[in-house]
Design a protein around this ligand. Structure first.
Ligand SMILES: Cc1cc2nc3c(=O)[nH]c(=O)nc-3n(C[C@H](O)[C@H](O)[C@H](O)COP(=O)(O)OP(=O)(O)OC[C@H]3O[C@@H](n4cnc5c(N)ncnc54)[C@H](O)[C@@H]3O)c2cc1C
Length: 528
């Protein structure tokens, strides 16, 4: 099951079948992690690199939840600084620096311009951002600085010119969230951990009042299996309360989900080399317009929801709000017809007292341990996933009586981490050292679709090396086609499915069902 870093699968392997076999061998794992988003993968990598035996179970696919639907920033959170949450920002800035060192193929520096249209705006934000620089300490990126009107327009030529005074330029990191999740999966496997997708946990196992394992269903066969572990971590994002209720149906919910929406438009709406940060929208939030994979991601919103769902959908008023706010800053401004994709993600915000506004709920992570020993990890953000994993494994090891071992992840290069001089300017960059192996596969020169940057070889690779099982796994998270251009991704689905069928040994009926299922899902990302 374990592949060594740099050992590419050169022939067809059914990666997931191996993982299923390993998951169901009769043994007691040191750690069972439920959920394959940032929190679960971070925890599993932390445990495996300390030498603990770890199994991760994911109900759908890695990063299917919130972890593929972020703003794509590796950041300290300028907004939390404005709220006075200095220690949270310092920790996140430290993690930003570590992630850039450990995954240089997935994280790069990006300039963010705060445009000033009032005389006081530049000095006001400038002081705050100097503090942001200072809090990053040795790991700071480039220092923030004032820019005049001409410099601001050089960096962001489509910025509205009328009344523009200049602005503040500061730096944060940018990344590809789902690709980081897949990179963590590969890192986990390189260190002997086992992870299985399409494997929902459907119940917990309790012996003598203690949680000692879980039952999961293999979605591909419908079979249920039991697994045993010394410690069980619930890292199911906005679904943590569902898993907590498997232990105690009467438990009080700890989360209050809030939805954040983004729209994706063509790069021509923000053609320079910088992002735009709007520090205060009409509803008191921040809004970003960020260049990403030759497109622009614009968001987000903060809409409290009564309950969580697997496929949250943007509300019409959220899209309208984003486009209206963008139009205050961009000229030309994107309209509904320009939106290539719209996606929604759910924030796992830890509940506060009745009547609290979700904008002010905790963005920090929380670890809660139940009477039966179920360890629930939630909150936080992608940027701090490593620290969340470290804290969780410390707690789990203490609770399960595992031998104490030091964390190694602060200096751990993630799978594929490439030397800086091997940087590729195109979409191959996210694969790091794997890129050369993929480019040697059949179809490396065959585009999947004229409006998408991807090739057929990447689909083969996703099936062979990255546990992709469905058209959605490939088009949404191994490649980012669903977010970049939902319509084009629907058109690419039949070819993707045919390649997957070849790789995984599936028949025509399976292909038809896949294409149909993908069309239905992706139509929810198209603005009509
Ligand atoms: C709109 C928005 C923008 C954001 N932008 C940023 C950003 O720019 N930078 C940043 O650092 N952070 C950002 N965040 C925060 C960050 O994305 C989240 O904190 C993080 O992704 C949460 O990860 P998670 O693993 O806790 O949850 P999830 O990613 O939701 O993962 C939970 C997983 O558990 C699985 N699961 C659920 N039930 C079960 C079960 N019974 N059995 C097995 N598996 C199960 C789900 O399928 C899911 O994959 C943003 C969040 C939102 C909502």
């Amino acid at each position: 099951m374990t592949t060594q870093p740099g050992t590419p699968p050169t022939h067809r392997t059914d990666h997931r079948t191996d993982a299923l076999r390993a998951a169901t061998t009769d043994q007691t794992w040191d750690l069972l992690v439920i959920g394959g988003g940032a929190s679960g993968l971070g925890t599993a990598v932390e445990a495996a690199t300390r030498g603990y035996r770890v199994l991760l179970l994911e109900s759908h696919d890695y990063a299917k939840g919130t972890s593929s639907r972020s703003t794509k920033l590796v950041h300290g959170g300028v907004r939390y600084l404005a709220q006075g949450n200095v220690s949270l920002v310092r920790e996140a800035l430290h993690e930003r620096g570590l992630l850039k060192q450990n995954a240089p193929h997935l994280v790069h520096d990006l300039g963010f311009l705060i445009a000033a249209y009032k005389w006081w705006a530049a000095p006001f934000y400038g002081i705050g951002l100097k503090m942001y620089d200072l809090l990053a300490g040795k790991l700071n990126l480039k220092a923030s600085r004032y820019v005049n009107k001409a410099q601001a327009l050089e960096r962001t030529p489509t910025l509205k010119k009328q009344a523009l005074k200049g602005g503040i330029l500061y730096f944060d990191g940018q990344f590809d969230d789902a690709r980081l999740a897949i990179t963590l999966l590969r890192t986990l496997e390189n260190h002997g951990g086992v992870a299985l997708n399409h494997a929902p946990v459907v119940g917990l196992i309790r012996e003598g009042g203690k949680i000692t394992g879980a039952r999961f269903r293999d979605q591909e066969t419908g079979q249920e299996h039991a697994v045993h572990a010394r410690a069980v971590v619930n890292a199911t994002g906005v679904f943590v309360d569902d898993v907590r209720r498997m232990e105690n149906p009467a438990v009080k919910p700890m989360l209050s989900p809030s939805q954040g929406v983004h729209v994706v438009v063509d790069r021509r709406f923000l053609p320079g080399d910088s992002a735009i940060m709007v520090p205060r929208t009409d509803d008191g939030r921040v809004l970003f317009a960020v260049p990403w994979h030759d497109h622009v991601v614009i968001g987000t919103t903060d809409t409290p929801l009564p309950e969580a769902s697997v496929e949250p959908r943007a509300l019409p008023e959220e899209v309208e709000f984003i486009l209206k706010t963008a139009a205050q800053y961009l000229d030309p401004a994107p309209t509904r017809a320009d939106v290539r994709s719209v996606y929604a993600g759910l924030r796992p915000l830890v509940k506060a007292a009745e009547g609290t506004d979700t904008k002010s709920l905790s963005r920090d992570h929380v670890i809660r341990i139940s009477d039966g020993g179920l360890i629930t990890l939630t909150g936080g953000k992608w940027t701090t996933y490593r620290r969340m994993g470290e804290d969780t494994v410390n707690r789990a090891a203490a609770q399960a009586g595992l031998p104490q071992r030091l964390s190694l992840t602060a200096g751990l290069k993630l799978h594929g981490a490439a030397a800086p001089d091997t940087h590729q300017a195109d979409h191959w960059q996210v694969y790091g050292t794997d890129a050369a192996h993929i480019q040697a596969l059949p179809g490396a020169d065959t585009p999947l679709h004229p409006e998408l940057p991807y090739t057929e070889a990447e689909v083969r690779w996703a099936a062979r090396a990255e546990q992709a099982r469905t058209a959605e796994d490939v088009l949404s998270r191994r490649l980012r086609a669903l977010l970049l251009n939902a319509r084009a991704s629907i058109e690419a689905a039949p070819r993707v499915t045919a390649i997957l069928a070849e790789e995984l040994g599936r028949d025509a009926a399976w292909q038809d069902a896949q294409v149909q299922a993908y069309r239905e899902l992706a139509s929810g990302y198209v603005l009509n």
